[in-house]
Design a protein around this ligand. Sequence first.
Ligand code: ADP
Length: 491
Amino acid sequence: MVQNLSKVVAQDQKFLNIINGRQVPALSQETITVLCPSDGLAFTSIPASRAEDVDHAVRAARAAFDNGLWSRMAAVERGRLLTKLGHLIEQNSEELAALESRDTGKPIRQGRADVAAAMRYYEFYGGAADKIHGDTIPFNEGYTALTLREPHGVVAGIIPWNYPMQIMARVVGAALAMGNTLVIKPAEDASLSTIRIGELAIEAGFPDGVLNIVTGYGRDAGAALSAHAGVDYLTFTGSPATGTAIQQAAATNNRGVTMELGGKSPQIVFADADIEKALPVLVNAIIQNGGQTCSAGSRVLIERSIYNDVAGALADRFAKLVAGPHDSDLDLGAMINPAQKRRVEAYVSAATEAGIELVARGTIAGDAPATGYYVSPVLFGSVDPSAVIAQEEVFGPVLSLFSFNDENDAIRLANGTEYGLVAGVWTRDGARQHRVAKRVRAGQVYINAYGAGGGIELPFGGFKKSGHGREKGFEALYDMSATKTIVFRHD
Ligand code: ADP
């Protein structure tokens, strides 16, 4: 166990890019100061990479792809290396959890959950590497036709700051299992665990250039990577606006993309639901990671006859929620940066000024440093479905409640935003479970449950503005490869 979470980074510890198996600073030697969201204090730095660093990394990934050491390695051996990386993460799990927690401000137990999920990704994709295969296709007499699943080549993975370790793991696991090589660009606000896992990959014995990591600002390193002609495929998780910019850059080279762009996910609570079972899940779905979760359940739709009871029970729970430092391990930590804190606060004050009923509010721990980026959780009631707070992704601990009249009304409300990532449905009626699951436009639908984070095996991705392509599970292996058809004539 790491006894003192703020001691997780040693005085002389350096966080550097990883290019071609070596740890290197940015060519300019410039750095970005790393601040802990819990107190706003600097504790280390990362390279502020630019286009020239990105170019080195892409060239290293290209050379590693072309030399075939990775792409032509027996799939079982690729899988073994991914599994070995998972084991190294397990051996360093407390350090990684503490690092992630200090870097992002998330409570330490969430850091531990993230490490556990990351390990599972490497285990899953390590095991899957030699279990994905093509087809043989009935074709004309005198021919045999078959398909191979081939790697794209060099994949770029642009990672957000909310769950860096988990999102890196799902990208690295699927891309490398299929024989691609990678350049990862973590978010400028949360790069430390990515770098540490890159170091562990060197220790595991991945060939040089297979997994490159370049840190830096989105407008510099991220933009250069998205537009680089040496990249064959891109995968991105983050905001819709940045997703558009990345797709436009990728389009200049006509490259394929996987986009996971957030949501405004509903949970529908019917009058026949097991409310006691639902309540903690409804709260956790918006409070986990301070609501900075793509799949956050930010809208709860409640059947009118039970609206007052459910709203009252949620209000009781919200009033008891406490935000505080990552090492205090409270209900939620700080927001990632001052801009995110201001953004959440602006949504809350605009909604309040628009006359939306603020039903309950949590608190910020008395001993939380004033220099930390805390916001208290907020519950809004009887929200008009056309209100800004009902339509836009806040990415903070803000939950909106709505009432509905019947099943059709619930589905209309659930589908009534531009997003379509995840949905929850709470009802004991089996036929209704099936009907609603089919009619809700979301990439994942949970019945009497909610939660995407842990589901390593479950395909994940959006409809509509939430993006396209699928991550996680076997589906990600299809995104991370291209089908080649081979036809033999033998008449
Ligand atoms: P936020 O706005 O909350 O920082 P983003 O979706 O913009 O979230 O960031 C997710 C990732 O995208 C980060 O790694 C960030 O550096 C990167 N990024 C931001 N802007 C760009 C861009 N124009 N091109 C490529 N990557 C970018």
